[in-house]
Ligand binder design. Structure first.
Ligand code: F6P
Length: 329
């Protein structure tokens, strides 16, 4: 069988080891892999990875040394054209033309929305792998890239703590998570931050300021607040203004980490997750499965229908938020 693979949406560290696993597991099972460059847009443009013989096929050596590389060798994109009815039909036509019978999209909720829409125009099998730093998909405990992004954010908060402590300041550090507080919460807990502002819980400025006054009276010299970009009050800049207006007892500074969190060599746990899920996606296709995402829940590999991965908001672990608040005393 000929299996297509692509990366779509925002890149995530671990997409490369996932590609490596897809290619090597498929070839080991006697199948061919077409690497589609630049996500769904590349599919529309018939932009395929081409090997040394000029064939649109990935080989064992085409994915050499990918485990440690951030980003994605196939590149990724967000395609407007693919979202249209005409784009879907065109994509289905390209897949048929190149005799691709199954597709493994690696990406987040937008990627899986795209997969569901594509399935209405194409009868091939589609099994996705969760590649997004946001960890906002149901059907997997963690998404590929989340651990690395948290690691990067924690390193940043640790460094900021040094300067915050020297100057007795408060830092608001904005991390990614358009609709989700996972990165913010895990970063805050790991870095020993005092507050995590996340979209899943109400961010109460008056309460935070009161808490900061108590901490200041106890002799705390520096404060770290980790803010999810999707916090319901707005990002770190807005929170900073609100805190100042409400009488924040510390001098403040703001840092937005932004896309820095998406780069870098994947953490070992992301490499392992990516390898397991890439291989599992191939095996699911060989088993005849379709329209589902490969994930890991309680250390077991599972398939979850695409729609179930994104219709419900993936909750943050409340107990971690409580722990953060207990420890931030
Ligand atoms: O989907 C992952 C994510 O990192 C979000 O947290 C963020 O809002 C978004 O991508 C930004 O993506 P871009 O700037 O690449 O469109």
């Amino acid at each position: 069988m000929r299996i297509g693979v692509l990366c779509s949406g925002g890149d995530a560290p671990g997409m490369n080891p996932c590609l490596r696993a897809v290619v090597r597991s498929a070839i080991a099972a006697g199948h061919e892999v077409v690497g589609i460059r630049r996500g769904y847009q590349g599919l529309l443009d018939e932009d395929f990875f081409v090997n040394a013989k000029g064939e649109p096929l990935m080989g064992l050596r085409s994915v050499s040394n990918l485990s440690k590389l951030g980003g994605t060798m196939l590149h990724c994109s967000r395609s407007e054209e693919f979202r249209t009815e005409a784009g879907m039909k065109k994509a289905a036509g390209v897949l048929k033309k190149h005799k691709i019978e199954a597709l493994i999209p690696i990406g987040g909720d937008g990627t899986f929305h795209g997969a569901v829409a594509l399935a209405q125009h194409w009868d091939g099998q589609i099994i996705g792998c969760p590649g997004t730093i946001d960890n906002d998909l149901m059907g997997t405990d963690f998404t590929i890239g989340f651990a690395t992004a948290v690691h990067t954010a924690v390193e940043a908060v640790d460094k900021l703590r040094d300067t915050a402590e020297s100057h007795e300041r408060l830092f608001l550090v904005e991390v990614m998570g358009r609709h989700s507080g996972h990165i913010a919460l895990y970063t805050a807990l790991a870095a020993g931050a005092e507050v995590a502002a996340v979209p899943e819980t109400e961010t109460n400025i008056a309460q935070i300021v009161q808490h900061l006054q108590v901490l200041k009276a106890r002799g705390k010299q520096s404060i770290m607040i980790v803010v999810a970009e999707g916090d319901e009050l707005g990002g770190a800049e807005i929170l900073n203004d609100d805190l100042k207006k409400a009488g924040c007892p510390f001098q403040t500074r703001v840092l937005t980490l932004g896309h820095l969190q998406r780069g870098g060599s994947p953490a070992p746990s992301d490499r392992i997750l990516a390898s397991r899920l890439g291989d599992f996606a191939v095996r699911a296709i060989i088993d005849g499965q379709t329209s589902a995402m490969a994930g890991e829940v309680n250390a077991r590999l599972t398939l979850t229908p695409f729609t179930d991965t994104y219709v419900k908001h993936k909750p943050i672990p409340e107990e971690l938020l409580e722990l953060l608040n207990t420890l931030a005393s």
